[in-house]
Write a protein that binds this ligand. Structure first.
Ligand code: NAD
Length: 261
């Protein structure tokens, strides 16, 4: 599916990003991994980089080659550091990397954003999400938080709401559309990775366990990686601006309950 393709994976040193890189390499891709932390395992080419600032993103873009086939935006943080840094990494850094890299992604390439079931509420918050999704570069995040009443504890779900809205906008953004670059999202529910313990601290065990119980178990990185890579591949050539809930049925369960279906 990915033989000979060049696939860039952010967040490659842990969890879902690590598994995505491993599986891409098994499928014959040339993988370039990016992370702020050095990987403990061999993932092919590795580029140390920080997505939390414009300077960090610019350095990553400059170091990457031309003719990239797929960009998997997997890196993310849980929100425990506050909303400003969470919005910076989970949304503004991801968007700046995608936009800045567009000229280095080949025509017909693919971008996959790892969002979350935590962003499910975007339909209740469309104005905030679309206003922030349309901001360029790295805005003053304290100002953004004040203006849009974003409390520190909601930085994570709000970052994912914005990301889901931007995924739809980006599919029709000239930067990508003019090069036939598809932009899609994958939304996991709870997945057994180091970040899940942080979610347990922020949200409480009860909330996480309730989500897990709805679908029988937590996901694993191996449940998520193949869906990311499918969206990277030409098999998904007519899938664009979409979000694939990859959560064992969690979103369906919540939707049935909320809409009284
Ligand atoms: N694990 C879950 O329950 C879950 C659920 C839904 C969505 N997600 C999303 O999946 C993605 C991957 O999470 P994971 O579960 O693999 O977590 P993880 O903590 O195992 O991995 C995240 C990786 O991102 C890297 N990273 C963090 N800040 C960075 C920065 N500034 N620049 C570059 N890299 C940075 C980390 O070093 C780490 O290697 C995240 O976007 C997360 O929001 C996870």
């Amino acid at each position: 599916m990915l033989f000979g393709k060049t696939i860039v994976v952010t967040g490659v040193s842990s969890g879902i990003g690590q598994r995505t890189a491993e599986q891409a390499a098994q499928m014959g891709a040339n993988v370039i991994g990016i992370d702020v932390v050095k990987p403990k395992h061999n993932i092919g080419a590795f580029l140390e980089g920080d997505l939390s600032t414009q300077a960090g993103v610019d350095a990553i873009i400059q170091a990457l080659p031309n003719d990239i086939d797929g960009l998997c935006n997997v890196a993310g943080v849980s929100g425990t550091g506050g909303a400003a840094i969470t919005l910076a990494i989970n949304f503004f850094g991801l968007k700046a990397l995608s936009e800045g890299l567009a000229n280095k992604i080949r025509t017909g390439g693919s971008i996959v954003n790892v969002a979350s079931m935590a962003g499910f509420g975007w339909r209740q918050n469309t104005k905030r999400a679309s206003t922030i999704a349309k901001m360029s570069g790295f805005p003053d995040l304290d100002q953004v938080m004040n203006k849009h009443d974003i409390p520190n504890e909601l930085g994570y779900p709000i970052s994912k709401e914005i990301l889901l809205v931007w995924t739809m906008l980006a599919a029709h953004q000239d930067t990508f559309k003019s090069r036939r670059i598809r932009v899609n999202a994958v939304s996991p529910g709870p997945v057994e990775t180091p970040i899940l313990n942080q979610f347990r601290n922020v949200l409480g065990d009860e909330r996480v366990n309730s989500d897990v119980n709805r679908v029988g178990r937590a996901g694993t990185p191996s449940d998520i990686a193949p869906v990311i890579l499918f969206l990277c591949s030409d098999a998904a050539r007519w899938v664009n601006g979409n979000n694939i809930a990859t959560d064992g049925g969690l979103e369906a369960s919540v939707t049935v309950e909320e809409l009284g279906l």
